[in-house]
Write a new protein. Structure first.
Length: 335
């Protein structure tokens, strides 16, 4: 009886990715790889978070194309819309409604402490109010779906902590409403570093063509970028991210592609050249089938849109009753 009940407990997973540029290797190894596994063990919902892209000015045609292409890439990576829910954030209006409520739940000082805001606003010529409040929208994305686990890369940990704080604050002010979620961060490749500057994170919107491996890069370019990755001069292969960021980054990438621990891999190499060559080969073989499947999905934009609309219907079926409950808790009309 007891074990029968336990097996009825469903874990809910939610995560999202912004259509702010072509997907890079860090997105794939830090997040998408986990999504694909999670969908087979948990009730999983994945979202192309197009509203998050609007924190910086966007060309409408570029954003529209990037949203479709990102969805096609997620399908190519292995997100299966028959076992998980895949949709576009702006198709489900409850995200923006809950976002406002969570902006009013968050303190100004809390948002000001977000390191991503500090990083992205420093040196920017235009800093939108949305860039400042976007962690509240991210919290809304997650809390709408009674999410237990959020598979993300290491850079999103702080936003997840804020999401937990907002859920707990709302629950204690207005009564139990939101599940308090936790971040699930992979043990390796949670922060893939730029190959040309291994002290900074690889990012899709950073202008670092030699340091960024794009999932859809020409495979010869992938090899070239990895073989030219910045390391150091002492030629000792050791997994030590703070003392040896470049070498450790390569070991983490190789580990994520092969499943062997980075420390074990380090013992196999005495020189950087073979490590770079093997890492390049492993990444190329990891990307090759994804690129082949992407080419097939890219031929059918209307099929992609149908998948996304069906996903939005499934998402809305959860988001609408949750918003109804939130409105009722707050004293807003529900009829
Ligand atoms: N370098 C990285 N290593 C590991 N994980 C990463 N992620 C991003 N970069 C790395 C994870 O990818 C998921 C989707 O990220 P996102 O598109 O929502 O936003 P982001 O974290 O800001 O990623 P980018 O590529 O750096 O985008 P831009 O340049 O537009 O800001 C997240 O789970 C993230 O942790």
């Amino acid at each position: 009886m007891g074990s029968g009940l336990a097996s009825l407990v469903v874990t809910r997973v939610f995560s999202g990715i912004k259509p702010t540029g072509p997907v890079q290797l860090g997105n794939l190894l830090g997040a998408l790889r986990t999504w694909v596994d999670d969908q087979h063990r948990a009730d999983s919902t994945f979202c192309v978070v197009d509203l998050h892209a609007l924190t910086v000015p966007q060309d409408p045609a570029v954003l529209r194309a990037a949203t479709t292409e990102l969805a096609q890439l997620l399908l190519a990576v292995g997100i299966d819309p028959t076992v998980s829910t895949l949709f576009v954030q702006s198709d489900v209006r409850e995200h923006t409604e809950l976002s406002w409520i969570l902006e009013c739940t968050a303190a100004f000082g809390e948002l000001r402490r977000m390191t991503q805001f500090k990083d992205k606003s420093t040196d920017a010529t235009f800093v939108s109010a949305g860039l400042f409040t976007y962690p509240a929208l991210m919290a809304a994305d997650i809390l709408l779906y009674d999410t237990d686990e959020v598979p993300v890369g290491d850079d999103q940990r702080q936003h997840l902590e804020l999401t937990r704080d907002l859920a707990e604050r709302f629950n204690s002010r207005y009564g139990p409403t939101f599940v308090v979620p936790k971040a699930t961060v992979p043990t390796v490749a949670a922060r893939v570093m730029d190959l040309a500057d291994p002290t900074r994170k690889m990012s899709k919107s950073e202008d670092s063509p030699q340091g960024t491996v794009l999932v859809l890069d020409d495979l010869d370019d992938v090899t070239r970028k990895i073989r030219r990755a910045v390391t150091d001069t002492d030629n000792e292969v050791r997994f030590d991210p703070s003392a040896k960021p470049g070498v450790s980054n390569l070991l983490a990438i190789l580990s994520a592609c092969t499943g062997d621990a980075p420390e074990t891999l380090a013992d196999r190499y005495t020189q950087y050249g073979p490590l770079k060559a093997d890492t390049a080969d492993a990444v190329v073989e990891y990307l090759r089938p994804i690129q082949q499947r992407y080419a097939e999905f890219a031929e059918d934009p209307s099929g992609t849109r149908s998948i996304l609309l069906a996903g939005a219907d499934k998402a809305r079926a959860l988001a609408e009753p949750k918003m109804h409950q939130v409105r009722s808790r707050l004293g807003l009309p529900t009829d």
